[in-house]
Design a protein around this ligand. Structure first.
Ligand code: CUV
Length: 627
């Protein structure tokens, strides 16, 4: 039965989503919300983390305090919950870091002149990062430095003894703390493998020990795999600078060929962009009756292109099926992560084609055009030609572009923030000390059909900026803020007087787009820089994090590396750990005594803001700053 207008408004705060949910229903497209509904009621064992299928004596479902309080092997609720959580973190860390490794393989291929498809666009950053990691750059050719850097980083992924190089960005007190807890991250490959080992039947049964290792895994992602992904993406594709673009489904164009890139790595999307900008292809598109070729992004690979190239953003996670339902999308080119298999039946309702490009992520029903470091240019050309052919099949009677696009600023890498501040952190620190900016919040993560789409991201951001807290956004959270107009300097009028005066002086928005999910490493790095400058630990800073609508295992890793780095983090969706009081207490409380920060959970964005503001005030008081 079709949803009423009220029901639709309960699903998303976004006009484009609301209009498209209605059209999707009419066109027979099954969306994430339909499937979510069909799954109700969801398994309460799994929800609490109390089911285990790690071995085939099981699967087991635990009922604490009852006859079934132990699994077949004898594992109790605490062990099972901690093991499940640990595996989730490991999967998330693996996803980010394997993406980082793809960038590394690309840099290596460039360094060894094995590809014509990529180049080093930011040589200064290459030299800077190489030096930072202890590589001698004196008198060396650029490509030699790139070779040395890639070989150092390859080592860091797995086999190197000792800790990963970027942990030197952390204040010494925190490094020592990690050492004392034996959670200093080694290579991510090693940490993930160790987590899989520990969670095998009959290995680590101690929930505290498991959680500490989960923290170590997450740190090897945040200060390792993700950080490598960010820094190498900047070296290969350019370090982001402030740029203005557009966001929401209104960026799609009725009179042009529309290509969407979806997934995470810039390796594919940058190659597609080069092909889309090729004059001959534009001519071909015109010959086919279109005015041009319009490239837009979805999710994090969209964030990568938006940050560096100003390419417009069609939408975040829950908008991916709805983008197809506009009927104007010729091609969806995907790499990996967060791509719902539900896109396949959705595209089958239209002339749209989805093409997979990674050998790691194939979808039955999608065409597979495999990209490698060497063939990216020719494959991208093939895809653009495919899109031009598909355009001829578009059914003009089924087209609906629901709204006008909204303007947004992007491109706030740490380098760009420093430049906006005149080359040093001093103006930011002064503003924080005086209280004009009371603190900084990182708002990150996904959408989840458990929450009204974008409601928490936007409401929480508004509350924080109103209270003079500068918001740094990544991932789908950033897209939500962009759509709500919070990424334009004019949004300073919604900020408190202090933050608004700083924004006006620098002509920046009160919420800054700092990138994709792997770019949460930019926020970590910034925390490290500020803490070192102030001579304190990261856990002493007036900062807080939040993933208000998260869904993915990657978000678990992100949340945990923030906490393990000392950043209090508020989640808007409860992780599957409530089946263990011990694990839940540790996450929500006990971790503070261990790593100086913990998680909080709340579903109401006003309360989430209150928690974050109170935390920031507490930290300000401790630093003797005016509250
Ligand atoms: Ni990586 S992880 S839904 S695209 S932020 Fe978006 Fe961001 Fe979550 Fe995925």
């Amino acid at each position: 039965m079709a949803r009423s207008q009220e029901e639709i408004e309960e699903l998303s705060i976004c006009k484009d989503a609301q209009i498209m949910i209605e059209k999707a229903e009419k066109d027979g497209v099954v969306t994430v919300w339909d499937r979510f509904k069909a799954q109700q009621p969801q398994c309460t064992f799994c929800k609490q983390g109390l089911s285990c299928r790690n071995c085939s004596m099981g699967p087991c479902r635990i009922v604490p305090g009852k006859a079934r309080s132990l699994g077949v092997c004898g594992a109790n609720a605490d062990t099972i919950v901690a093991r499940n959580f640990g595996r989730g973190v490991a999967a998330g860390a693996a996803a980010h870091s394997d993406h980082g490794r793809d960038l590394l393989e690309t840099l290596d291929a460039v360094a060894n002149s094995e590809t014509q498809s990529y180049e080093i666009r930011d040589v200064d950053k290459l030299l800077r990062i190489a030096k930072e990691l202890g590589i001698n750059t004196e008198g060396k050719e650029t490509l030699q430095v790139a070779k040395d850097l890639s070989s150092t980083l390859f080592d860091e992924f797995g086999i190197k003894k000792g800790n990963i190089g970027f942990t030197m960005r952390v204040p010494e007190v925190r490094r020592k703390l990690w050492e004392s807890l034996t959670i200093s991250p080694r290579g991510v490959d090693r940490e993930v493998v160790e987590m899989m080992h520990r969670t095998h039947m009959g290995v680590d049964q101690d929930p505290v020990s498991l959680l500490l290792h989960a923290a170590r895994v997450s740190l090897s992602d945040g200060w390792g795999g993700s950080m490598v992904a960010t820094e190498l993406s900047d070296i290969l594709f350019g370090t982001p600078k402030p740029v203005e673009s557009k966001v929401n489904l209104g960026v799609l164009k009725e009179d042009e060929i529309n290509i969407l890139v979806h997934g995470h790595s810039p390796i594919v999307s940058e190659a597609v962009l080069t092909a889309v900008r090729d004059k001959n292809n534009i001519e071909r598109a015109r010959a086919a009756g279109a005015k041009g070729i319009n490239l837009a992004g979805l999710c994090c690979t969209g964030n990568e292109l938006l940050m560096r190239q100003g390419i417009p953003m069609a939408g975040n996670h829950l908008m991916t099926e709805l983008a197809i339902a506009t009927g104007v999308v010729e091609l969806v080119i995907v790499d990996y992560q967060c791509i719902m298999p539900g896109l396949i039946p959705a595209m089958n309702c239209y002339h749209t084609k989805m093409v997979t490009t990674s050998p790691k992520a194939k979808f039955p029903g999608a065409e597979h055009v495999e990209f490698s470091v060497k063939n990216a240019r020719t494959q991208a050309q093939k895809l653009v030609e495919m899109a031009i052919e598909l355009y001829k099949k578009r059914d003009k009677n089924r087209v609906l572009i629901p709204v006008e696009p909204v303007s947004m600023m992007s491109g706030f890498s740490n380098e760009a923030i420093l430049e906006a501040l005149g080359g040093s952190l001093a103006p930011l620190l002064d503003a924080i000390k005086s209280g004009k900016i009371r603190g900084v919040a990182g708002l990150v993560g996904c959408n989840n059909p458990r929450r009204k789409h974008d409601y928490c991201h936007v409401t929480l951001t508004k509350e924080l900026i109103k209270n003079d807290i500068l918001v740094l956004g990544t991932g789908c959270s950033a897209v939500a803020m962009g759509k709500a107009g919070l990424y334009m300097p004019e949004a300073a009028s919604l900020a408190g007087t202090g933050l608004s005066s700083v924004c006006k002086a620098l002509n920046i928005p009160p919420a800054l787009h700092v990138g994709s999910c792997v770019d949460n490493s930019r926020i970590l790095h910034l925390c490290g820089l500020v803490a070192k400058e102030l001579g304190v630990d990261i856990s002493d800073l007036p900062v807080a994090g939040s993933a208000p609508e998260w869904y993915s295992e990657k978000a678990l890793s992100i949340g945990l590396y923030f906490v393990a780095s000392g950043v209090y983090t508020v989640l808007g969706v409860t992780p599957n750990i409530t089946g263990s009081k011990l694990v839940t207490d540790l996450a929500l409380n006990g971790l503070t005594n261990v790593v100086g920060a913990c998680f909080a959970v709340d579903t109401d964005p006003h309360k989430m803001a209150e928690l974050m503001i109170n935390h920031i005030n507490k930290k300000r008081k401790k630093l003797n700053l005016p509250v």
